[in-house]
Write a protein that binds this ligand. Structure first.
Ligand code: SPV
Ligand code: MG
Length: 431
């Protein structure tokens, strides 16, 4: 008997999947692949149903003979194992980034005389509604908040990108690329104090107040589903920080990162060029403890950011602080550096990991930008934050457009470098 294989990555079975199974049955024994969490988060949106429950769901379907885990979005392993005569898929994978996966599957199965069967994709109001409901569920605070902790367990390194508005949030949410046949996307959003302040034309000195920062979070949460890491600056007064923790939790934010500075905070990338004061270990531990006590859910994370390398206080100071902050209850450590060479970050991570194998490490490679995600993960880093690149990309493009329109006394000359009006209006989803 021949074998027909199809890979599912869905949380809800709808008429489209039943149609795939019905088609597969015409060709032989039906084997369904359940795309693993690890692969799914790179390929599609975050699952609302656990891998174990997806397996159960697929196994319960009439017409399915066997369910296996597909651990990679490329089909190599599963095809070597099963050698299906047919691979069945909705024909939507002929377009866009997924077409690279289809091409690869075609090469794999053609090598032994197998075949791809493209089934017309089921477009219906019901299918569209299911998709919208799943997205809305992912955006709910109680689902969104816990996702950062889940991601840390699921993937070697969580990739967060800066967002400071609904539009930049949408870019982080929706950007998917195909490289070497695999799809990739960001996992989370970083609400940077630098970029949030810059977008408002203000300096990054805790001048933009929390009410305004929360407004930015609201703008972003309204149109996205990915988890949020909030740049909490110094956290302010401990008496204020406890309120901030409660508000962030309520909004569905997954983590706040606070830095061990006090008084007038300036951006870390100024380093020692400006006057900046580091809080004592005792002062900062007190703030962490108060925050952890105020926190109501298990999900939320308070991550302690260490400024010792920025302020040239040395590696030992950074490590002593890391130890103390973890003891005070910090759920993670962010170590920062403004050196171009990643050596001091690597040294910190290696030394910290030698004594603490579990506390998540966060880094922001704005200056030490040559190091790759894989290298960071090899040194024990769990979260990488691209903290300001969208703002730095947009600003020069807008400035040049403004200058060119002034020079030419009309807008025709800039038109070729602009997104079309049609594209901009279709960028935004309608309910
Ligand atoms: C931010 O993005 O606001 C940060 C990171 O705090 S840095 O600008 O490098 O200090
Ligand atoms: Mg900041």
């Amino acid at each position: 008997m021949k074998t027909a294989y199809t890979c599912f990555c869905t949380d809800v079975i709808h008429e489209g999947h039943l149609n795939i199974i019905a088609n597969a049955r015409k060709y032989g024994r039906v084997v369904v692949g359940c795309l693993s969490d690890k692969a799914l988060i790179r390929y599609n949106r975050f699952p609302t149903v656990s891998q174990e429950n997806r397996l159960k769901l697929y196994r319960s379907l009439d017409g399915v003979d066997e369910v296996v885990i597909q651990d990679d979005m490329l089909y190599d392993d599963v095809i070597t194992l099963i050698k299906p005569d047919y691979v069945i898929h909705g024909d939507n994978w002929k377009e866009g980034p997924e077409s690279a996966i289809r091409k690869h599957v075609d090469e794999l199965v053609s090598a032994y005389g197998g075949e791809i069967i493209d089934v017309p994709y089921t477009y219906s109001d019901k299918v569209k509604k299911i998709d919208l409901v799943l997205r809305a569920k992912l955006a709910m605070p109680e689902y969104r908040r816990k996702r950062l902790r889940d991601l840390i367990k699921m993937t070697p390194i969580v990739k967060a990108m800066e967002a400071h508005s609904g539009l930049t949030g949408l870019i982080v949410e929706k950007t998917v690329v195909e490289v070497d046949g695999k799809l990739d996307q960001f996992d989370a959003m970083w609400i940077s104090s630098l970029c949030d302040s810059t977008a408002k034309g203000k300096p990054d000195i805790e001048l933009v107040d929390m009410t305004s920062r929360f407004r930015t979070i609201d703008d972003i949460t309204e149109v996205t589903t990915k988890p949020i890491i909030f740049d909490g600056d110094t956290g302010g007064l401990t008496e204020h920080f406890v309120y901030t923790v409660r508000s962030l939790e309520r909004m569905g934010v997954s983590a706040v990162i606070i830095e061990d500075k006090k008084g007038l905070k300036k951006n870390s990338l100024f380093g020692t060029e400006v006057q900046q004061t580091q809080a004592t270990i005792e002062e900062f531990c007190e703030k962490i403890r108060a925050g952890k006590e105020a926190q109501l859910t298990e999900d939320f994370m308070i991550i302690a950011r260490i400024e010792s390398l920025i302020l040239e206080k040395g590696m030992e100071d950074a490590l002593a602080r890391a130890r103390a902050f973890v003891d005070a209850g910090a759920d993670g450590i962010m170590i920062h550096s403004r050196k171009k060479d990643p050596a001091e970050i690597i040294e910190f991570c290696d030394k910290f990991r030698a004594e603490d194998s579990t506390t998540p490490i966060v880094v922001v490679p704005s200056s030490f930008n040559s190091i790759t995600e894989e290298e960071l993960a090899d040194h024990g880093v769990n979260i990488v934050i691209y903290a300001n690149q969208l703002t730095r990309a947009a600003f020069p493009a807008m400035k040049k457009t403004a200058e060119d329109i002034l020079k030419h006394h009309r807008a025709m000359e800039v038109d070729d470098s602009l997104m079309s009006i049609k594209e901009i209006i279709t960028l935004i989803d309608e309910l």
